[in-house]
Design a protein around this ligand. Structure first.
Ligand SMILES: *Cc1c(COP(=O)(O)O)cnc(C)c1O
Length: 420
């Protein structure tokens, strides 16, 4: 459930009409609903009520906006980060360092050192050598790194190839059949406190069966490691729960997921870590856009909007679907293609879609754009960087500026040899 709804025929975010935001900030613009973020954070946590010890670390790559992170920090969420920059954001938003989990297959030595310096709560080690280097750096700094070993369970998450991470050919984690000896070696290293194991098999999962299979495999590994004398007090179950991008395609609910987790992890006697991203923020955001033209096409019309693939990359990158709705629908529909102004045929949001009838100048939204939306935006075609707004009841605020070409050009330099 989200707080984007029609009132008197006009789409609102909570109590603010989209047209008010468009007038004040211009378009395109991402619009987030604080109440929706809070609701999703609570629903996800409540779904895990049966898990006695847990830590929820929001995967901030899904939406790293500081205001979004502040809302989630106040809900008791920590952060799952994948870069030094994300760590800076989590800390700047007020998340305690202890609540931060550092994932990612290519952490640099500088990032590992900075994270140790900040005192983050957990390193998710992706390969043996990373553990060795982390131990060395920690020892040099006179610290101990709390760490878990990320395991690749070799299960097919049944999702899009570009967001599948748990098959043996994927770059993530150590092969599960090698995890025993790698863990044993890392556990001997001073500077490293090996606390447990981690998995994350993919994103936008619509089927709980692969997750349950992966949890079964990691549970068996946990028992083997304990039998070998290791203390396993944390198991990180990753993220991945899907969201409904299309109205009639409904993913498992957080409650379904929580029930599966409770069943699969009964008697584990470990603190469970969760790294949800998309499920928390996806439906808490929309991309508000204005129709520039409705161009007659050879087969059907093209609705050319002022948002483009540089603002919302998911359709071009993953063939993703985003529902498109007029802000003030007339009730009439037509079948059209929807595209942006960027000079790429890939800058197409939908083909042959039955949508609200719109004309030049009308406002519309792409739904479910809160996850992997603004954070993937670029300035391709020298377009401004898309801004972000957060709504809170009757109020709203710009939470990320529109960065204009002037500012981007000002960061470029003419070399001496081209000055004359
Ligand atoms: C991307 C990612 C997540 C979040 O995935 P969602 O599908 O957004 O829930 C969690 N953990 C890791 C390690 C990730 O890379």
């Amino acid at each position: 459930m989200d707080h984007f709804a029609y009132k008197d025929g006009v789409l609102h975010a909570e109590n603010v009409p989209m047209s008010t935001i468009a007038d004040a900030v211009g378009t395109p613009v991402y619009v987030y609903s604080r109440a929706t973020l809070e609701r999703h954070a609570r629903v996800f946590r409540e779904a895990l009520d049966a898990v006695p010890r847990k830590h929820i670390a929001f995967a901030i790559k899904a939406n790293p906006n500081l205001a979004v992170l502040r809302v989630l920090a106040r809900e008791g969420y920590g952060a799952d980060i994948v870069s030094g920059g994300e760590m800076q954001r989590a800390l700047a938003a007020g998340m305690p360092a202890q609540d931060i989990v550092f994932s990612g297959v290519g952490k640099t030595r500088a990032e590992l050192a900075a994270a140790l310096e900040a005192g983050i709560g957990q390193f998710n080690i992706e390969l043996e050598e990373e553990g060795v280097v982390l131990a060395q750096i920690a020892q040099e700094m006179g610290r101990t790194a709390d760490a878990v070993l990320r395991v690749n369970p070799d299960v097919d998450a049944g999702t899009h190839a570009k967001i599948s991470t748990g098959m043996k050919e994927n770059k993530f984690g150590v092969p599960i059949d090698q995890a025993g000896w790698i863990f044993a070696r890392l556990a001997t290293l001073p500077g490293l406190a090996m606390r447990g194991i981690a998995i994350h098999i993919g994103s936008q999962l619509f089927d709980l069966a692969p997750l349950e299979a992966a949890y079964g495999k990691i549970g068996a590994l946990m028992r083997d490691l304990r039998a070998a004398g290791h203390v396993i007090d944390r198991v990180d179950l990753g993220g991945g729960l899907g969201v409904p991008y299309e109205r009639d395609k409904i993913p498992p609910s957080p409650a379904d997921y929580g029930a599966m987790v409770a069943r699969a992890t009964k008697d584990w006697d470990a603190t469970l870590y969760f790294e949800p991203g998309r499920v928390i923020v996806g439906n808490a955001g929309v991309l508000l856009t204005r129709v520039i033209w409705v161009k007659p096409g050879v087969i059907r019309p093209y609705v050319i909007v002022d948002a483009a693939m540089n603002d919302l990359a998911r359709p071009a990158m993953y063939d993703a679907w985003h529902d498109f709705e007029a802000v003030a629908p007339t009730g009439e529909h037509f079948v059209a293609n929807i595209a942006g102004p960027v000079c790429e045929s890939g800058d197409t949001f939908a083909m042959a879609r039955d949508i609200d009838l719109v004309k030049a100048g009308d406002l519309a939204v792409f739904r479910t754009a809160g996850a992997y939306g603004a954070t993937m935006a670029s300035t391709y075609n020298s377009r401004p960087l898309v801004p972000e707004v957060m709504v809170d009841g009757d109020r709203f605020a710009v939470v990320a500026d529109r960065i204009m070409p002037e500012a981007i050009i000002a960061a470029e330099r003419m070399p001496d040899f081209l000055q004359d």
